[in-house]
Design a protein around this ligand. Sequence first.
Ligand code: LLP
Length: 421
Amino acid sequence: MDHFLYRDGVLHAEDVPLSEIARAVGTPFYCYSTATLTRHFRLFDEALDGMDHLVCYAMKAASNQAILRTLAGLGAGMDVVSGGEYMRARAAGVPGERIVFSGVGKTRDEMRLALEGGIRQFNVESEPEMRALSEVAVRLGVVVPITVRVNPDVDAKTHAKIATGKSENKFGIPISRARAVYAEAAALPGLEVIGIDVHIGSQLTELEPFRQAYRKVADLTEQLRAEGHDIRRLDLGGGLGIPYTRSNEAPPLPTEYGALIRETLGHLGCEIEIEPGRLVAGNAGILVSEVIYVKEGEGRDFLILDAAMNDLIRPAMYDAHHDIVPVVEPAPGVEQTAYDVVGPVCESGDTFAKGRMMPPLAEGDLVAFRSAGAYGAVMSSEYNTRPLIPEVLVHGRDFAVIRARPTFDEMINRDTIPEWL
Ligand code: LLP
C-alpha cells in the first residue's frame, strides 16, 4: 500500500496534489511519501518482532539525506557499499554502530574511513579483502567485527542482472569453502568473526529461494559453531520484491518473510540483520513528468515525455515495467490508446514502454511513473547534459525540495579547463 491516490480527480502524494508540486518545482521530479517510507520500514521491523534484530536499510536504493534521516528517526540501521554511502549515513545522523559495510570491492581507504568513524561490522566478500581489512585494522590498532558473505548457490529467480546468489556470480565466497575461510579469518589479527552474511538477489517474488539459502546458513552456523566460532549474528541481506503492477503480482509480504526467518533460523538464537532497500523505498516514490509532444508514428503513437532514461534507467537496463498513470484522473470507461512512451534522449533504448494502453493524453499533461522510489534518482545521470531532476519529500500537507535541480551554470562549472587551453 502506498500514499499516492487520486483525490478530487487529481493524483495526490499524501495530502498534496502532484499538480501543485509540478507548478512549484517544474517537471520532471521525483516525489517521495514519508508515510509510505515509514509504513514499509515498520512492516519489516514488526515482522522481526520478538527476535533480537536490526533492519539496516540498503541505502543504495534511495540515499537522499532527508530519506535517510526519516528512516534513522524510526530506528533504522544502514547498509552501505561505499565510502560515499558511509559518509551519507553519518551525515544523516546514523551512528557507526548502526552501519554495516557491504560490497564486493571495498578499498583500503574505505576501510580506514569506516574504522576511524565507527562501524557495526564489515561483511567480507573474499579472502584478499579479509587480509586487507586485517592489515588496515591492525595498523589502526582496532579489532573489527566481521561476517563473511557466503554464496549459497541458489537460483533467486529474478532478472539476471540483479541475481547474486549463484556460484557464477561475483558475490561472496562459495559456501563450500566457507569453513576454510572462517578458519583463516579467526587466525588473522584485527578481525573478530561474529557471524554470517548472505544476499541472493533483488526483486525476489517468491520465498522459496530465501528458504533454501537460509537453511544452508542454518547448517553452516552449526558447523562453524562446532569448530569453535562464536557465530552470533546473521545478516540475511535484502531482496524482497515489490509489486510493480497494480493487477496480478503479489510478492510475499514482510510478515511472511519474517515468519520464514523465524522458522529457518529462529532456533539458533542469533541476532538477525536484514538489508531491505527496494521494499522500503520503491513504492514510496514516483517520478512525475510532462508530455512534451504526442507524435503519430506508423501504427503507433509516441508519447514523448520530458523525463528520459538518464532520469529513470530501469526500463532500459532491466526491461523493467513501471506503471505510468495520468496525474489527472481519467474519466471512468474512457477508451484507451496504445502509446510507445519515450524520452528525448538520442537512443532507441530511451523507451519506457511499448504499446502501453493508456487514456488519451495531450501536450502539457502530467504523468506519474509508479514504484520509482528505489533505484530511480540514485541511478540517474546527466547524460545529454540533462540536469539531475529535483527530489521532493511530502509529509502530510507539507512538501519540500530535498535536492534541487542544478542550473546549467552549476553543471558546466564543474568542469575545469587545463591551463594550456
Ligand atoms: N544488500 C546487498 C548486499 C545488496 O547488494 C542489495 C542490493 C541489497 C541489500 C538491497 O536489495 P533490495 O532489498 O533493494 O532488493 N538497480 C537494481 C537493483 C540492484 C540491487 C543491488 N543490490 C534495480 O533497479 O532493480
